[in-house]
Ligand binder design. Structure first.
Ligand SMILES: O=C(O)CCC(=O)C(=O)O
Ligand SMILES: [Fe+2]
Length: 344
């Protein structure tokens, strides 16, 4: 897929580039670089992740799905109760406290549904998803899980947690909010029109594939949004709220948003693909102070922050999804109710 280049006259933020093959082999230098990226910004590029072909096929699945008539897609809409799996039409989420509407449509496919197919765990999906489930979605989910598990294991050791602690919180046996998402932003919006409002991701790790610009981060200490430039065959990975809470804030869940692609890319449809790893539904989101002296110390050192969410992963996630929905909006307090660990 050839597209005009990302412009060189917009502010971009460099991310560390990590090599998945080195991480998988246990390369100490690479693991240290990952640890640095995850604490300082919480975002990094990942190359040699081995999911490039699976990602391309997912984009084809997404194109087929978004081409369905709106009426057909709406049969699979996620609804207003805080459920994430299924279709979300453009304009059904707020992007800020004033309640301005988003411009992105997406389809979320649950990891549990993909791995259990043709059995149904959470819900059913459009025909374009079903016909691609075994050939496309399950292989993408499997690769994404492998990549994110490898990274979780590295964090487990660096955080000084007993072996397998983070794996247990993301236990394969328990249902979770883990999901694959394809997003589409149609061209034609004003260049500053927000497609996805400023947010932190809800779960533990996100494995993102995008081809056009539009993703922006607000790095710590900055006051202006910075683009993350897409690099061919490089995924963009980031830490979400759950992992930030588990780690007592050592791992950073950083604010980001999406606007239309910049400059010469602005007339094109923008597609992105994400796999979100989220903890098991019953897991309470809180700092693992009893399991790691390092985490206990981090919590002691930041008394101004609260690492006891009092929510299970399922509750945390449902709350955030629910109060983004414009149908649930009462006033600015609804946006506030949708917020996560946003630091500043
Ligand atoms: O489309 C992108 O580049 C990022 C999407 C994102 O942040 C999200 O879906 O949570
Ligand atoms: Fe995100």
């Amino acid at each position: 897929m050839l597209s005009p280049p990302f412009p060189d006259d917009v502010p971009t933020h460099p991310l560390l580039i990590l090599d998945y093959q080195l991480l998988k082999q246990g390369d100490e230098t690479e693991k240290e670089r990952l640890w640095e990226a995850a604490r300082k910004l919480g975002f990094w590029y990942l190359k040699n992740h081995g999911a490039e072909d699976e990602a391309s096929r997912m984009f084809e699945m997404g194109e087929g799905t978004m081409r369905l008539p709106l009426e057909e897609k709406m049969k699979y809409e996620q609804g207003d109760d805080g459920r994430s799996f299924g279709y979300k039409a453009a304009g059904s989420n707020a992007v800020d406290a004033s309640g301005k509407h988003d411009t992105i449509e997406f389809i979320n496919v649950s990891k549990d549904d993909a791995l259990a197919y043709p059995n149904i765990i959470h819900r059913t999906y459009p025909s374009t998803v079903n016909t691609r489930m075994e050939s496309t979605i399950t292989p993408f989910v499997a690769k994404s899980v492998e990549v994110n598990d490898t990274i979780l294991d590295i964090f487990n050791d660096k955080l000084g947690l007993p072996k397998g602690t983070l794996m247990r919180l993301h236990n394969k046996e328990e249902h979770s909010g883990s999901e694959a998402r394809i997003t589409k932003n149609a061209p034609g919006h004003a260049s500053d029109r927000i497609a996805i409002g400023a947010h932190t991701d809800f779960g533990s790790l996100s494995f993102l594939h995008n081809r056009l610009g539009g993703l922006q981060v607000m790095p710590p200490g900055y006051t202006e949004w910075q683009y993350v430039k897409p690099i061919s065959r490089h995924a963009i990975c980031n830490v979400g709220d759950a992992l930030s809470l588990f780690s007592g804030g050592i791992l950073r869940s950083n604010l980001h948003r999406v606007i239309p692609p910049p400059g010469p890319q602005s007339h094109l449809e923008r597609w992105s693909l994400v796999f979100f790893t989220r903890p098991g539904n019953s897991i309470v989101l809180r700092a693992l102070v009893e399991d790691s002296p390092l985490i206990a110390e981090a919590v002691r050192d930041t008394p101004e922050k609260n690492f006891e969410s009092g929510s299970t992963a399922k509750e945390w996630f449902a709350r955030r999804v629910k109060y983004q929905r414009v149908n649930n909006r009462v006033g600015p307090e609804t946006w506030k109710a949708s917020r996560g660990t946003e630091n500043e």
